[in-house]
Design a protein around this ligand. Structure first.
Ligand code: ZN
Ligand code: ZN
Length: 204
């Protein structure tokens, strides 16, 4: 009875002689960790967007202006909630320079993924299996890529198949409302879970 209640003895001992089952278990756990990393990313996205991209980040007197300048002062001034939300409505002569303000600089990706992954990297020191940590980090990296791609498509629509789906139209309107109320609402671009939890979700 004691053995049955002990999960170690039930699954891992039993599966030791069944490598196929063990790989299946690792795959399922890895997949769950991947989704956990993806969902978790909604929260650092919200924090970074609200406190670093819409305010000058001030760390004990050390002011870091770059994200505020490139996002709030440039991207938000060029793309508003009116028809300027879509690049195709800008003057043709401006479109090239304006579209360059949609993505973040290339080096933001590795830096932000590393910052968002720090709490999970620390888990290796408390013996959390490496494949779980890597799966979580992959979920975080996937969220970052989704952020960049979806944000690009929102401001530069091109008749892609998913642009006709209701979920995409909904999230695109969600971000349009952020461009209307940039310091107050809708800081998530991919998954508005943190907006919901922190009371900044504006539905209309
Ligand atoms: Zn935008
Ligand atoms: Zn913003």
């Amino acid at each position: 009875m004691g053995d049955i209640l002990n999960p170690d003895s039930v699954s891992f001992e039993k599966n030791k002689h069944q490598p196929g089952l063990q790989i299946m278990n690792m795959f399922t756990i890895g997949l769950l960790c991947f989704f956990a990393g993806f969902v978790y990313s909604s929260f650092p996205e919200w924090v970074l967007h609200r406190y670093v991209m819409h305010r000058v980040f001030n760390f004990f007197g050390f002011k870091f202006r770059y994200p505020f300048n490139s996002h709030a002062m440039i991207h938000h001034q060029i793309f508003k909630a009116d028809q300027s939300y879509e690049l195709k409505n800008h003057y043709p002569r401006d479109q090239q320079s304006h579209q360059e303000t949609i993505p973040m600089a290339w080096w933001n990706g590795p830096v932000l993924i590393a910052i968002m992954s720090l709490p999970f990297l620390a888990m290796i020191f408390i013996d959390v299996p490496w494949f779980m940590v890597i799966s979580i980090i992959l979920g975080i990296a996937c969220y970052y890529c989704a952020y960049e791609y979806i944000h690009w498509c929102m401001h530069k629509p091109k008749g892609r198949w998913f642009e006709r789906t209701w979920i995409y139209k909904w999230i695109k309107d969600h971000h349009r409302r952020h461009h209307a109320h940039m310091n107050r609402n809708n800081f998530n671009v991919v998954l508005p879970l943190a907006d919901l939890c922190f009371g900044t979700l504006l539905l209309e």
